[in-house]
Write a protein that binds this ligand. Structure first.
Ligand code: ADP
Length: 212
């Protein structure tokens, strides 16, 4: 399948045509405050790709053959930072007991662990269950002992698109990813956690896009 990369203006044209079809190129141009000449290449792409139909003396109609592409195009324009939520972060020396309390209080399934402002690990529901089965003293053992550690942490950056995040979540079979900002401090790579993107964020986005 050929994927058409639509520009923001092309997407806007589609919305205008959908709302007001049939609509002439003059009307679309005045709606967008541009000249007809500026719009010509956009309209050519949209009619050639079967998204719009042009009828002489009538105007443009929406055909929508590339609706699926449009949906994926829209998703590709959404960044992780647009949908991320506030992360729950504890330090490595937090007891397993305290971390479980945090899990309940903040109503999350995964907690990120940081040391001196840099991500060091991730601890999830299953890690807590495993530690309970293992019979450890949850008041004494720190989360640092039971967490999944760097370099085995799958992360994402705020500017990556949400599809990248979804692919990582599915491929690595995890529920959430820390959204990080990389800096170098004293020659060491520092991973500042700025957010969290989870299956819930992505499901919510999916629902909102379908509602549109
Ligand atoms: P749950 O424990 O609720 O099934 P996950 O499927 O996310 O949640 O976690 C399964 C395992 O993967 C746990 O051991 C957890 O520490 C680890 N894990 C969770 N998120 C990540 C991540 N982003 N990167 C690496 N490992 C992770």
């Amino acid at each position: 399948m050929i994927t058409i990369e639509l520009s923001k203006r092309q997407q806007r044209i589609i919305e205008i045509v959908k709302e007001s079809e049939p609509i002439t190129s003059e009307q679309i141009a005045s709606n967008l405050n541009v000249t007809r000449a500026t719009l010509r290449p956009d309209l050519a792409i949209l009619t050639m790709s079967g998204i719009l139909d042009a009828r002489p003396k009538v105007g443009y109609f929406y055909l929508g053959k590339a609706e699926v592409n449009l949906f994926s195009q829209q998703i590709k324009n959404i960044k992780v930072s647009d949908i991320m939520s506030v992360p729950s972060i504890v330090s490595e020396d937090t007891s397993v007991y305290e971390a479980i309390v945090t899990l309940f209080l903040e109503d999350v399934g995964t907690i990120f662990v940081a040391s001196n402002g840099s991500l060091t690990g991730v601890v999830s529901r299953k890690d807590f269950l495993k530690s309970a089965i293992g019979g450890i003293d949850i008041n004494k053992v720190p989360v640092g002992m039971i967490m999944t550690r760097r370099p085995n942490i799958i992360t994402v950056m705020g500017e990556e698109n949400v599809l990248h995040a979804a692919v990582k979540i599915i491929e690595h079979e995890v529920d959430s990813l820390p959204v990080i900002e990389k800096t170098v401090v004293d020659g060491k790579e520092n991973l500042k956690v700025i957010g969290k993107v989870s299956k819930s964020n992505i499901t919510k986005l999916f629902m909102e896009l379908c509602k549109e």
